[in-house]
Design a protein around this ligand. Structure first.
Ligand SMILES: Cc1cc2nc3c(=O)[nH]c(=O)nc-3n(C[C@H](O)[C@H](O)[C@H](O)COP(=O)(O)OP(=O)(O)OC[C@H]3O[C@@H](n4cnc5c(N)ncnc54)[C@H](O)[C@@H]3O)c2cc1C
Length: 430
C-alpha cells in the first residue's frame, strides 16, 4: 500500500550522533511507486534502513527513502539454498522466514535490528574463520537507479553491478530485492566465559580454529576478557531462564557512574567481570546470534589483516590503559573471511575485526582519536557504518578495485544524486 510522500519530522540514527530533517520522506509501497518517485524528482536522495549506522551515511536535508513497506520473502531455491527477499526486510524477521524453508543465514552479527539492505550496504558481519559478511552472501540484487532505471544484477548479468552493489553504501541507487546464499537451517549452542586477557590472547587462534564462531570482549582496565563461542548443536533448545542479569542495563548504569567519577572505570570493570557468570544456551541460529543492546554507545571499528589482529589488540589495550581516558565498554575482537565485493572492507583478505565503544554520555572523540592511528598502522580498513576519519584519498589506497567501483557509480548516478556531504568525502577524489 502506497504511503503518502511528504514532509516529515527529524531523522536520527540509533546512537543519536547523526540527526537531520529531510525535506521529504518517501515510503514507497511498491517498486513501481519507487521508480515513479525517482523519475519525477530532482536533487539529493538518500536511502536508510533501520538507522543503525553510526556514521552520516543516511543524513540528508532533501529526500530520504525508507523501504519499510518493501519487506518479506519473494522466492527461494531449495536446491541452491538461496532466497530472494525484499530489501527492506528486517533481519529479526528474516531468520523466522527462512526456517520453514529449511534455510538459515550463514552468519549474523551482534544484533538483528538492521534491514537486509542496510546490513549489506556496509558489509555487516559476525565472527568465524571462513565465514563472510552479509555482502559476501549476495548472489543477486535488483537496483533502481536515481534516474528510475531498474537493473537486475547477478554473476551472469551485470556482474560489475553485483560486485559494486553488494556493498554500495546506498551510493548506486536503491536496492529493492536481494538474493542471498543461505545454508541448511541449524541450531547453535552458545558458551560464554571469563578468562585472564593474556590467556585469551595466547589461545585465541586455536579457539577460532576449534569453534564455528569465536570472539572476545576485553576490558581495558580489568585485564580480563569474556570469550563467546558458538557451535552447531542438535541438543534440545534450552528453555528461556526465568531471570537474566540485565548485563546491558548494568553496563549503562556503570558507564554513567564511570563518566562522572574519576577512576571509577577501573573498579567498575573489575565489578562487571566479577559479576559475570558463565552462559550456556541452545536454540535456532537466528535466536542465538543476536544479543540485547539497550545501552546506547558510539563505535569505531577497523578490519585488519587477520595475521596482525592480536598484535594490534595488544597495542590498543596498552595505549588506552596508559591514558587517563574513562571508558567502560570492552573492546570486541572477531574474525571475518575474505570476499570479492569491491568496496567490502574484507575484499581479498581474511580479516580481524576490532571495535571500540564509548557510552553516549561521554564524548567519543578523545578515545577514537587516540586509537584510530593504531588501526592505520596495521593496514586497517574502517567499517563503513561506524565512526572514522578517513576520506576518499586515503580510502582509495586501501581498496584495489576502487576505480572500478567509482566507474560503476558514475555510470549509474552521473549527477551524483545519491551523494550527501559524507559520501562525497568518502567516495569522490579531490
Ligand atoms: C547496537 C549495534 C550493533 C551493531 N552490531 C554490528 C555487528 O555485529 N556487525 C557489524 O558489522 N555491524 C554492526 N553494527 C553496524 C550496523 O550493522 C551497520 O551500520 C548496518 O549498515 C546498519 O543497518 P541499517 O539497516 O540500520 O542501515 P542504515 O544504517 O540505515 O544504512 C546503512 C547503509 O545502507 C544503505 N542502504 C539502506 N537501505 C538501502 C537500500 N534499500 N538500497 C541501497 N542502500 C541502502 C544506506 O544508504 C547506508 O549507506 C551495529 C550497529 C549497532 C547500532
Amino acid at each position: 500500500m502506497a504511503e503518502s510522500v511528504g514532509n516529515l519530522a527529524a531523522w536520527r540514527n540509533w546512537s543519536g550522533s547523526q540527526q537531520a530533517v529531510p525535506g521529504r520522506w518517501w515510503r514507497p509501497g511498491s517498486e513501481d511507486e519507487l521508480v515513479t518517485l525517482l523519475r519525477g524528482s530532482a536533487g539529493e536522495v538518500r536511502v536508510s534502513g533501520a538507522g543503525h549506522s553510526f556514521s552520516a551515511l543516511c543524513k540528508t536535508s532533501e529526500s530520504l527513502v525508507s523501504l519499510d513497506h518493501l519487506s518479506g520473502l519473494l522466492s527461494h531455491d531449495p536446491e541452491q539454498l538461496t532466497a530472494t527477499v525484499m530489501a527492506g526486510t528486517p533481519l529479526h524477521e528474516l531468520g523466522a522466514l527462512l526456517w520453514p524453508l529449511g534455510q538459515g543465514l550463514i552468519n549474523q552479527g551482534d544484533i538483528d535490528a538492521q534491514s537486509l539492505a542496510g546490513a549489506c550496504g556496509t558489509s555487516t558481519h559476525g565472527t568465524g574463520l571462513g565465514l563472510g559478511s552479509f555482502s559476501a552472501q549476495v548472489r543477486g540484487l535488483r537496483l533502481v537507479t536515481p534516474g528510475g532505471e531498474v537493473i537486475d544484477a547477478d554473476s551472469q548479468s551485470h556482474p560489475d553491478i553485483l560486485r559494486a552493489g553488494a556493498t554500495s553504501l546506498g551510493a548506486l541507487g536503491i536496492v529493492t530485492r536481494i538474493t542471498l546464499q543461505n545454508r541448511p537451517r541449524y541450531q547453535l549452542a552458545e558458551r560464554e566465559y571469563l578468562l585472564p586477557l593474556p590467556e585469551v590472547l595466547s589461545r585465541f587462534e586455536q579457539l577460532a580454529r576449534d569453534n564455528r564462531h569465536a570472539e572476545f570482549w576485553a576490558f581495558f582496565r580489568a585485564d580480563r576478557a569474556v570469550v563467546k563461542l558458538l557451535n552447531e548443536s542438535s541438543e534440545p533448545p534450552t528453555p528461556k531462564p526465568r531471570f537474566n542479569l540485565p548485563v546491558d542495563k548494568v553496563l549503562d548504569i556503570t558507564s554513567r557512574i564511570a563518566h562522572g567519577v574519576a577512576g571509577a572505570d577501573a573498579w567498575m570493570q573489575w565489578l562487571l567481570t566479577a559479576l559475570h557468570s558463565e552462559v550456556r544456551r541452545v536454540g535456532r541460529s537466528h535466536e542465538i546470534f543476536p544479543s540485547p543492546r539497550a545501552s546506547r554507545f558510539n563505535e569505531m571499528e577497523y578490519e585488519l589483516p587477520l595475521e596482525r589482529g592480536l598484535e594490534c589488540v595488544e597495542e590498543v589495550m596498552a595505549t588506552v590503559k596508559r591514558s587517563s581516558l574513562r571508558t567502560l565498554f570492552p573492546l570486541e575482537y572477531r574474525t571475518v573471511a575474505a570476499d570479492d565485493v569491491w568496496l567490502s572492507p574484507f575484499y581479498g583478505r581474511d580479516s580481524a575485526s576490532i571495535s571500540i565503544h564509548q557510552h553516549i554520555c561521554t564524548d567519543y572523540r578523545p578515545l577514537f582519536n587516540l586509537v584510530e592511528p593504531i588501526f592505520w598502522k596495521y593496514g586497517g580498513r574502517p567499517h563503513w557504518g561506524k565512526l572514522h576519519s578517513l576520506d576518499a584519498r586515503r580510502l582509495a589506497e586501501l581498496y584495489p578495485r576502487w576505480d572500478d567501483a567509482a566507474r560503476v557509480r558514475e555510470r549509474l548516478d552521473p549527477q551524483g544524486r545519491m551523494l550527501n556531504a559524507h559520501l562525497r568525502t568518502l567516495l569522490v577524489l579531490p
